[in-house]
Write a protein that binds this ligand. Structure first.
Ligand code: SAH
Length: 345
């Protein structure tokens, strides 16, 4: 059985032809699916006969809201969704002036092993399919009753470790027959899987690539991010320069400031020197404490000092505003607190 939301429009057309149907049916069905219907019966302009035929060979995936936390401070909503097989992922809806943004997950767990990150603690269970990645947008949208206009792929999992499914998701979410979110309204964050940054470059999507750098030297980075042992900072920054040059898009570097690990003034200087001349932006994130580790945020003064150094070197820099601080901090934590999975656990 195939989840119809896993197919791109072109694949759905092919699927309809193989069923002996007219290809134009694909357009109707694609648009129903992406409007968030949950049963074939809701496809009111499709004959009963065809609806039954579809139900025999395919299905429409659904997600259950297991838990929903709502911030009293800024309306931020955090969802724990359950997938068809009982696995769980998190998504966060944030209200910005420029529109409603959702932060989505692309894997159940993660195998990248970053030391400060809650998502990686139980390892990787499995990757999400394109339809499951999309469902987070569809079901959150349904729940809030408003259109979501921006997407950040910064939830659980490593997008570039689920490359093909993420590409299909991006094509589908951008499709004008579906929810049609522009690539300029999408950010994709990676810990630095270099070969797949180069593969992504070839698609030339005008999305924002965020790169989790978090350290100015290989010594520090390898200690907190095992991926650095496979692709070191030189290789990563070469790929980033290549990406920025080719796509003409500014790279956004994420730098989680961790007390006594990467927050010293000279580390800011090293970082600035490495990034000098690149089309980029640095986003400083005071690290969120995770129960299972003991990383701490630097003081406000220390954060300011780090920022000042980057500014002095002419590197565009911002400190990430914290939203929903009253509803269980960073992604990956809710899934751990609420149990990873209802079944087999
Ligand atoms: N795998 C992708 C996207 C998921 S994490 C990546 O690594 O980029 C999204 C961002 O949150 C990344 O920059 C990640 O390094 C950061 N992050 C993870 N845990 C964090 C924590 N405890 N405090 C601050 N930032 C964290």
């Amino acid at each position: 059985m195939i989840n119809l939301k896993d197919l791109t429009f072109e694949e759905l057309k092919e699927f309809m032809i193989n069923l002996g149907e007219k290809p134009f049916r694909a357009k109707q069905i694609f648009s129903w699916l992406h409007r968030g219907i949950e049963t074939f019966d809701e496809m009111t302009d499709i004959s009963l006969n065809l609806r039954q035929k579809l139900a025999e060979v395919s299905y429409i995936s659904r997600m259950k809201i297991i838990r929903k936390l709502e911030s009293k401070l800024d309306k931020t909503k955090k969802y724990l969704f359950e997938l068809g097989d009982g696995n769980r992922v998190e998504s966060v809806v944030m209200y910005y002036k420029h529109g409603i943004t959702i932060c989505i997950s692309c894997q159940v767990g993660c195998r990248m092993g970053c030391k400060f990150c809650a998502s990686t603690i139980g390892g990787l269970v499995r990757s999400l399919t394109p339809g499951e990645i999309l469902d987070q947008v569809l079901f959150a949208q349904k729940d809030i009753g408003e259109r979501i206009s921006n997407i950040v792929m910064m939830g659980i999992g490593e997008p570039l470790d689920n490359f093909d499914n993420v590409i299909k998701f991006l094509i589908n979410v951008n499709d004008e027959r579906g929810i049609n979110i522009g690539y300029r309204h999408i950010s994709l964050s990676t810990c630095g899987v270099v070969p797949n940054i180069l593969r992504l470059k070839e698609y030339n999507f005008p999305l924002t690539l965020s790169v989790s750098l978090h350290a100015p030297t290989d010594d520090i980075r390898s200690r907190i991010m095992p991926v650095n042992k496979a692709y070191n900072i030189d290789k990563l920054l070469d790929a980033c320069r290549d990406y920025a040059y080719y796509t003409k898009r500014r790279i956004s570097f994420e730098y989680a400031l961790i007390k006594d690990v990467n927050d010293n003034k000279y580390e800011a200087v090293l970082l600035a020197k490495r990034l000098k001349g690149m089309l980029c932006h640095v986003n400083l994130i005071p690290v969120n404490n995770v129960d299972e580790n003991n990383f701490e945020k630097p003081t406000k003064e220390k954060i300011k000092e780090f920022m000042n150094v980057l500014e002095k070197y002419g590197i565009p820099v911002t400190v990430r505003r914290e939203l929903g601080s009253d509803i269980s901090a960073s992604c990956g934590q809710l899934r751990r607190k609420e149990g990873l999975k209802e079944v087999n656990q």
